[in-house]
Design a protein around this ligand. Structure first.
Ligand code: BGC
Length: 250
């Protein structure tokens, strides 16, 4: 295997996606491969699907680690939370389960941490000094804190309490859909969320990812913040790219 080429896998609520990433450019080498997330998405069932994805790319892989993202707190390979996923992940030795199923080393990382690092290494926050907060607006709100290129993992700032609510329950993209909001009705919730992050952490740059960031030009200019706020650049590739980068660099 070319050591520049590493497999990244993104475990999401509806699909598990993998691709080989060229770490020089941060781009995919060949096609992405996706399998739907099993209905009963326990660690063992998901690990079985991850193994199928690894098998799909086996001919292109060496012995090095692969990177895998998961949408929960991941500390030293153990998943500690399960905000929008099967509760059986809480306290599961997930990295070990995955390693056993795929038969090679796995670096397991929070999904937003992976996406955030990808934006810092290859995307919207490339070469930005100081504190960058990368947020993903989706089913939940994922966040990554990166200071001078170094990730501070598991920031979980989607769950800060704002006006008596878990922030993601109001400001995630899923809350917009759930409450039937137009973009202009949703913008005040984003304003409230990002002004709170800004007041708490005084970042140098905020990056906004997740599917809704495709429409970033329609809502980012309407936010009133001191901090520059920009759309993510790697779109739905960020998790896979960041996972591969972390596998090669941890
Ligand atoms: C979880 C985070 C995750 C985010 C995005 C939140 O509900 O707590 O761990 O990064 O959703 O998937």
């Amino acid at each position: 295997m070319n050591q520049q080429h590493v497999l990244g896998i993104d475990i999401g609520g509806s699909g598990i996606k993998g691709a080989i990433v060229d770490l020089q450019s941060g781009e995919f080498v060949g096609e992405r491969f996706r399998i739907p997330t099993p209905e009963e998405s326990t660690p063992v069932n998901v690990a079985g699907v991850v193994a199928q994805i690894v098998e799909h790319f086996a001919a292109e892989l060496g012995d090095g680690p692969i990177g895998v993202t998961f949408p929960a707190i991941v500390q030293h390979g153990v998943t500690l939370s399960a905000a929008n996923v099967d509760k059986s992940w809480i306290n599961a030795p997930a990295q070990q389960i995955l390693t056993e199923h795929v038969g090679r080393p796995v670096a397991l990382v929070n999904d937003a941490d992976a996406a955030g690092l990808a934006e810092v290494k290859y995307g919207a926050a490339k070469d930005v000094d100081g504190l960058v907060i990368i947020t993903t607006l989706g089913t939940g709100i994922g966040t990554a804190l990166v200071h001078n290129g170094v990730l501070i993992p598991n920031s979980e700032l989607g769950h800060i309490e704002i006006d008596g609510h878990d922030a993601e329950s109001q400001a995630a993209a899923s809350a917009k859909t759930r409450d039937g909001l137009s973009l202009s009705e949703y913008i005040p919730r984003l304003q409230r969320y990002y002004e709170t992050l800004e007041a708490l952490l005084v970042p140098d740059l905020i990056v906004v990812g997740g599917g809704i960031s495709k429409k970033a030009d329609k809502f980012l200019p309407k936010l009133t913040l001191r901090t520059p706020i920009v759309a993510a650049e790697l779109r739905n590739q960020a998790g896979i790219v960041g996972a591969a980068w972390i596998a090669a660099n941890s």
